[in-house]
Design a protein around this ligand. Structure first.
Ligand SMILES: O=C(O)CCC(=O)N[C@@H](CCC(=O)O)C(=O)O
Ligand SMILES: [Zn+2]
Length: 328
């Protein structure tokens, strides 16, 4: 049923029963592509976990990875031990194989959102589902992993973005992520209104955007490097303690500056296929924008993450980051 749910959410069918049993608990379909799993009893390490995939429709590896975890649960190889909200972010964009249909869903997660349209409506549905889920499980620590893949290669193929926010990330998260073979962490320096930021900002959740390799179409993903991440998802399903590794095995960065596209003629001054975390030396010209002028690297070298000159006007065209010490 659970693996079918993914297929059905994608092709618009709704033949799956809206609720039923699974090993260790029950499932309930709350909205298209939004499924709550409720255990009969919570295991000792249970969190109230939100697992989202497909917020960008062309990022398919996380959908395959989560689908495999749900299939193992359904087959009785796992036993549900924690409440989970499983979300297929933007089914329409996934059907099109596109990052988004009209506008980038992953910039819309704010309570004062007043835009009209399918993606803003989807953001409102998902925010309401997350609010209700954390409200139902207020006794458990809130957690949100929003799984993505990146447009470009990366010096660190598997990395996480820690959203900006007041709530400190629980230290065990760094050990879990290192244990799941995440290679780098990027601390955001300002509000970004992404889905993971929503859970951290409004609910104090331990929340991350996880970048799990490069975006490829369904069937073209190599899931082997994601096996440790798959194991982390499985222990979250079971409410067990994850494998841990030393946080210092990961490289840490913090965002120093955000390049915004102000003008239709905005351009980046480095090749399109420049991998994430490529470092540029002082004096290097990184961008030219007819409205905002040129941006040159100052006295400190800067590394570029998520470069994309084709974003909407006013949106982030790249993050510029510097190394930072691992958390104490
Ligand atoms: O590879 C890229 O340029 C984009 C990959 C992606 O979708 N990244 C997320 C990061 C969200 C965050 O900053 O937490 C995004 O841009 O939405
Ligand atoms: Zn993405």
């Amino acid at each position: 049923m659970l693996a079918e749910w993914l297929d059905q959410a994608l092709d618009g069918r709704a033949t799956t029963p809206r609720e039923g049993r699974l090993p260790g608990g029950r499932y309930r379909l709350l909205a298209p592509g939004v499924l709550e799993l409720s255990p009969d009893a919570c295991a000792a390490e249970a969190h109230a976990g939100v697992l989202s995939v497909g917020v960008h429709g062309n990022e398919t590896a996380p959908i395959e990875l989560l689908g495999a975890v749900l299939a193992r649960l359904e087959a009785g190889l796992l036993t549900l031990g924690a409440p989970l909200l499983v979300i297929l972010g933007n089914p329409e964009a996934i059907r099109h194989g596109e990052r988004f249909v009209e506008t980038n869903l992953n910039r819309l997660f704010r309570r004062d959102l007043d835009e009209a349209g399918d993606e803003p409506d989807r953001a409102r549905t998902l925010m309401a589902a997350v609010d209700a889920f954390y409200g139902r499980h207020a006794a458990l620590a809130p957690l949100h992993y929003d799984l993505h893949t990146a447009i470009r290669d990366s010096r660190f193929p598997r990395f996480v973005v820690e959203p900006f926010g007041e709530t400190p990330t629980p230290p065990e998260q760094w050990r879990w992520l290192a244990g799941a073979d995440i290679q780098a962490v990027l601390h955001q320096h300002r509000h970004s209104w992404t889905f993971s930021h929503y859970s951290k900002h409004y609910h104090g959740a331990a929340a991350f955007t996880l970048e799990l390799g490069r975006a490829r179409p369904f069937g073209a993903n190599d899931l082997a490097p994601l096996a440790p991440m798959g194991r982390l998802l499985e222990v979250l399903v079971e409410g067990r303690a994850p494998e841990c590794a030393a946080p210092a095995e990961m490289a840490f960065f913090r965002a120093e500056h955000e390049l915004l596209r102000h003008d239709p003629d905005f351009r980046l001054c480095f090749p399109d296929d420049t991998p994430n975390f490529t470092e540029f030396l002082p004096g290097t010209r990184l961008a030219v924008d007819a409205s905002a002028g040129a941006f040159d690297v100052g006295e400190t070298p800067l590394s570029v993450v998520f470069p994309n000159a084709e974003v909407e006007i006013g949106a982030r065209a790249a993050l510029l980051v510097v190394p930072s010490p691992p958390p104490a």
